[in-house]
Ligand binder design. Structure first.
Ligand code: ADP
Ligand code: GLC
Length: 481
């Protein structure tokens, strides 16, 4: 049996702030059970839904030396969809009402988490062949593994993979603070290891020490070797390019399935969407207080409201867009300036714009099902899952050609009759508006063409199958299976 351990800061269904949780919660079940034993470790956040907290079984606890003192490490476990999940418990670190608090608080808790994730392995009697780490929060896992754990037989030979879901977040702070938080010696704080521009950097540690590096699309794997996308680590990405590969994300096709989704008003399929999908639009229009009109083009947005997602382009063009015959339904939370921007336009164009500034799984499904188009003009996008969910629900993505958006949405070509969405190249508000208006023309004037775009989108397969195979090959190669 090949043993793989995922270590991450979030995973569905237990805790989610973005796509990372979708990946960590859905990928482990996609490996063949007869060959792979894949388990997951995440923190036991007090802010998890009660229903999940109640489902956890207490395993044991011990004290781990960290930060000049002994710290409590509790272990809980549960099985979900055939996958074993472990939860690291420590009230002081994970007791807050949200998973992340920013620096330096998060640095302390994820140093603790990374070391605890390694420390519990003999206790739970699981010796993985591969430890698969995700994002900066787990960047110290490969570092601690090399620094101390691999001196003992139990850990010797374990290989590590570091997956970059978002290079923007690295876990950076001054060296002195990080040295005292992590307990790592001076040896680690040089420019070829954790140091970057005189600060210390968790993700960089992971990228230097991991045996293999992946990121979540091919285009992003290339982009991060350039200064614009490289977030000051482009040099390292180039230096490690032999160990770096892009594997595009998939989505859970059972959870996101318009034929069986119990959260939406009307189920439909690739065969029936022409007649049935619109019922979801009508239901959502009346639920959100928009004009109820089956014909109007509804554009959806479900997103963290941050600079990454291109909201300055949208904010610049909102008035223009609202002159057209469209409706815009937004679901998201994040930067106050964007939250307020959408609230403002929902007030100004109250029958056309609906701003839902909160987190809701159910409303997100309704938006994917109800909308005609989905807007995602990202400044950068390592992969993006929302456009995959849209394609699955017959909702046509309008995206900027970057990262995973470029790899998963084929631009409509009216001459060849190809493509699954609409896209533009430059990060420019007028280009975005031009593309939206082009989509509007096809939607209103050439409905049969539009429906063929939907046909092609729904026929695409963005389930995990193919990508899980690529991870499998990498694990096999790394661990010499
Ligand atoms: P990122 O990970 O950068 O936020 P992705 O497109 O990879 O972007 O994944 C975002 C995930 O989070 C999707 O599953 C999307 O539906 C979900 N999501 C984002 N904001 C919300 C929200 N306010 N309510 C419900 N789901 C949301
Ligand atoms: C990150 C990225 C997003 C990606 C997700 C899952 O949050 O911003 O593009 O889809 O991780 O890999």
């Amino acid at each position: 049996m090949k043993k793989v351990l995922y270590v991450a800061s979030e995973s569905v269904p237990f805790i989610k702030t973005g796509g990372l949780a979708d990946v960590v919660g859905s990928l482990p079940k996609c490996f063949p059970k007869e060959h792979f034993d894949v388990r997951v470790i995440i923190p036991k956040y007090a802010c998890m839904k009660q229903q999940f907290k109640d489902s956890l079984r207490y395993v044991t606890n011990f004290y781990m030396s960290m930060n000049w003192r002994q710290q409590y490490v509790g272990i809980f476990e549960t099985e979900y969809d055939g996958i074993k999940f472990y939860f690291i418990d420590n009230e002081e670190h994970f007791g807050g009402d949200k998973p992340y608090y920013g620096m330096p608080n998060d640095l302390e808790k994820f140093a603790f988490f990374s070391k605890a994730a390694l420390s519990i392995l003999p206790v739970i009697n699981f010796r993985p062949d591969i430890i698969h780490c995700h994002d900066w929060q787990t960047g110290l896992v490969p570092v601690y593994l090399k620094e101390r754990f691999q001196a003992s037989d139990f850990y010797r030979g374990i290989k590590t993979v570091m997956t970059i879901h978002n290079l923007k977040f690295q876990g950076v702070y001054d060296i002195k603070t990080i040295k005292s938080i992590t307990g790592l010696s001076d040896y680690f704080f040089t420019p070829d290891k954790l140091e970057m521009n005189k600060d210390a950097n968790y993700l960089k540690g992971g990228l230097v020490y991991a045996d293999a590096i992946t990121t979540v699309s091919n285009t992003y794997a290339e982009e991060i070797k350039t200064p614009f996308y490289g977030e000051n680590l482009d040099g390292l990405m180039c230096a490690r390019s032999n160990s770096l590969r892009g594997i595009v994300n998939g989505i859970d096709y059972d959870e996101y399935n318009p034929e069986t989704d119990s959260m939406i008003a009307q189920n439909y399929s690739a065969r029936t969407f022409r007649k049935e999908k619109v019922k979801n639009k009508l239901a959502l229009q009346s639920e959100l207080g928009l004009d109820v009109d089956p014909k109007v083009m509804m554009i959806g947005i479900v997103s963290r409201l941050t600079d990454q997602k291109g909201f300055d382009l949208i904010s610049y063009m909102m008035d223009e867009m609202c002159q057209d015959s469209i409706q815009l339904v937004v679901l998201g939370t994040g930067d106050e300036k964007y939250e307020n921007m959408f609230r403002h336009f929902a007030w100004k164009y109250d029958k056309k714009v609906s701003a839902n500034i909160y987190y809701s799984e159910a409303l997100s499904h309704k938006i994917y099902a109800a909308s005609d188009a989905f807007l995602m003009p990202s400044l950068f996008e390592p992969c993006g899952l929302s456009q995959l969910m849209s394609l699955r629900y017959g909702t046509v993505p309008i995206v900027r050609e970057t990262g995973g958006l470029k790899d998963t949405v084929q631009p409509y070509n009216e001459f060849e009759g190809t493509g699954t969405g609409f896209s533009f190249t430059n990060y420019n508000a007028h280009e975005m508006l031009g593309t939206i208006r082009y989509a509007e023309r096809i939607f209103y004037d050439r409905k049969r063409e539009w429906n063929k775009i939907v046909d092609r989108g729904m026929a695409k397969d963005y389930s995990w199958g193919n990508s899980a195979k690529q991870y499998e090959e990498m694990y096999n190669w790394l661990a010499g299976f």
